[in-house]
Design a protein around this ligand. Sequence first.
Ligand code: PHE
Ligand code: NA
Length: 445
Amino acid sequence: MNKFSRLGFIFAAAGSAVGLGNIWKFPYITGEYGGGAFVIVYLLCIVFIGLVVFIAESYLGQTSEANVSSTFVKLSKSKNSNWKYSGFMVFGGLIILSFYSVVLGWILNYIFISFASLPESSELAGSYFNSLVSEKIELQIFFHTIIALITIFIVLRGVKEGIEKINLILMPLLGIILFGLLIYAVNLDSFSKSVEFMFSANWNKIDENALLAALGQAFFTLSLGIGTIITYAASLPKNENFIKSSLYVAIVDTIIAIIAGLIIFAFLFEAGAESSAGPGLVFISLPVIFQQWGVLGNIIAIAFFTALLFAGITSAVSMIEPPLMLFIERFNMTRKKAVVICGSIFYSLGIIALLSMSNSFKDSLTFFGKNAFDWMDFLTSSISMPIAAIMTCIFLGYFVDKNKMRDKFTQHAPKIVFDIWYFLVKYLVPFAIAILLLNKIGVIK
Ligand code: PHE
Ligand code: NA
């Protein structure tokens, strides 16, 4: 098998982790939950839960050197072949990719309008975004198709020539763009307000919903629960320190989320806009602010949406790779055939997702009060990802040879690291995620 280089793995895993979750979602949920206190809760979730599961997935992949399904069978003490069904989690990735690709399509559309003209008022910005989503079906299909083709083109070339290469190119570019935006933001009068908002704790808005949002976000942002990290780590060379690599990726992901928040809130406060605008923050509030800055605003808008696009593309490829590897290894397919199958699935589901928000089709594509787009989000983020994460922890805590794990950990870190990790994986994390899961499906309120 063609393995990543050490740096290649870190770049690819960081590319997967850093995505719309950091630059679009993290700022708006931080805004909704009032800033600093939410950031603290989120950081605790990253360290004690996200990082723990990340290390777990890296261990599994690097040890098995196989697709998700075979990983569980190979590493179970009993070699029980029923573990092969754990491979179901990779379909979560295809479903996320369906609507992720639609959102990336909107972003591509916004890059184009940033070259021409940006909306002049919040009303215009709101109605522009709403008409894109509810009326412009062909346009959305067009952009979704471009994103799908880019994704397919990259993964067709394989892990080393496709995924590693694109990440080694796009991640530094993303870093440069974000750095430029940060410099601009630091020079705004509102930057200090932004820092204060992100780092001074206001506990009023921290209720159980905030805790659940922070936990869910910690999972999503680190790409856990669909087999991405297992699959990428399967291509991490055997003797590399998977604990250190995991730590680097979690740190990079967290830094980028914080920087994105600082930039976006500085922009918002500069224009006197609300920090609690929700999902429309990036598509409605920001373009109006950019517009007020004249030509410089157009340039900043292009830079900002390009950063989102780059971050998103490197995440998109990491969602399709787990099912590809599974199909290639377990069903003996060529990469080409696997790409055609997985590509058609997410492409068609993406079209259903975007139709389900259009005026013409929303009635026929809404089930039990949720449209297909929201269902795909709900079934993955709230159901399949937490289930997969619980299963991964229970597997490692109860069905894998503890001595072998300890040996491998202690090659790279002091024994205490293993002891703490093992305790968290076996007891705390599955329990915490189970509470999240039961809450989301409304069993406990
Ligand atoms: N971590 C990515 C983000 O923050 C999303 C993602 C989830 C990518 C699951 C891969 C797997 O946007
Ligand atoms: Na992320």
